[in-house]
Write a protein that binds this ligand. Structure first.
Ligand code: AMP
Ligand code: MN
Ligand code: MN
Ligand code: MN
Length: 281
């Protein structure tokens, strides 16, 4: 497979995106994307709708998911699974387990926000939830913007929801090896999502790449929505050093709420093995 404009990471209303799966695919197509993966957080419920829309438009589509992983000292790492079999029973059960903790966490988040002077956050966040099984910090962020606690979602995270801030609640997601195992077991490729976004030391980063590789991880997002040019160079070098396949990924959540629109990203640097190189046309 040799796509011109691949985008292998985005979200729909099935997790914390703003557009329904069909609308995400239509927008990708309109933007000239010629290979798309929908990768909702801990959820695969949007894949059938997205695949059907992509087929109708003649857009190549691969199945995907973005799994929340707890790693080290309260770090959350996101692992994207690409070209997975969404009917794989172990993957389905694993994702179900990861999702199941979200509602209780949301209740605790609302309690913490109430202590900090923001009432009604659970009910407020729920107004923005498209899938009751998938309440996320993004939904809280939209409610806090609505209430005027910050001008935009990014600023809400900086002041209220990021680690160390009043509304943050520590949570146990999947283990790294578990998430990679579910993806591999479902025939997919596991990819480290947006590697530039983790607050890790240089040593911790290398420990993460090694641990990921040792448990069967194969890819890294070299070009990512929020990434700067320096990040592209850094993660291209990491891909070469660790023998990772390279991905290109907007992490689009919705118009006006994301760093990059679907497919609106720099090209992968030369000399890398792209994740799609092994896929049939
Ligand atoms: P959760 O899985 O509930 O912890 O929510 C994580 C989601 O919050 C991410 O997938 C992003 O969509 C969003 N998010 C996290 N950090 C930020 C940030 N600094 N700015 C904007 N959105 C963020
Ligand atoms: Mn998200
Ligand atoms: Mn992510
Ligand atoms: Mn994402």
């Amino acid at each position: 497979m040799n796509p011109v404009n691949p985008d292998l990471h985005c979200h729909s209303t099935v997790s914390d995106g703003l557009l329904a799966p069909a609308a995400v695919v239509e927008r990708a197509h309109a933007n000239g994307v010629d290979l798309l993966a929908l990768t909702d957080h801990d959820e695969i419920g949007g894949l059938d709708e997205a695949a059907a829309t992509a087929a109708a438009l003649g857009l190549r589509f691969v199945t995907g998911v973005e799994i929340s992983v707890s790693w080290g000292d309260d770090h959350t790492i996101h692992i994207v699974g690409l070209n997975i079999d969404p009917r794989d029973a172990t993957l389905v059960a694993g994702l179900e387990r990861v999702r199941s903790g979200r509602d209780a966490r949301a209740v605790l988040m609302a309690e913490e926000l109430a202590k900090a002077g923001i009432d009604g956050a659970y009910e407020g966040a729920l107004k923005y939830v498209g899938n009751p099984a998938l309440i996320s910090r993004s939904h809280f962020a939209r409610y806090l913007v609505e209430r005027g606690f910050a001008p935009d979602v990014k600023t809400v995270f900086e002041h209220w929801l990021a680690r160390g801030k009043p509304g943050y609640v520590r949570h146990a997601w999947a283990e790294l090896a578990e998430a990679v195992g579910w993806i591999r077991g479902a025939g997919g490729i596991a990819v480290i999502a947006h590697p530039g976004r983790y607050r890790l030391s240089a040593t911790e980063r290398r420990t993460l790449y090694r641990a990921f590789k040792d448990c069967g991880g194969q890819g890294i997002e070299v070009v990512s929505g929020a990434g700067a040019d320096a990040d592209i160079r850094e993660f291209a070098a990491i891909a070469r050093e660790f023998g990772f396949l390279a991905s290109r990924a907007s992490d689009f959540h919705g118009p006006g709420e994301s760093y990059a629109d679907l497919g609106r990203l720099p090209a992968l640097p030369e000399g890398l093995d792209p994740v799609w190189s092994a896929w049939e046309d």
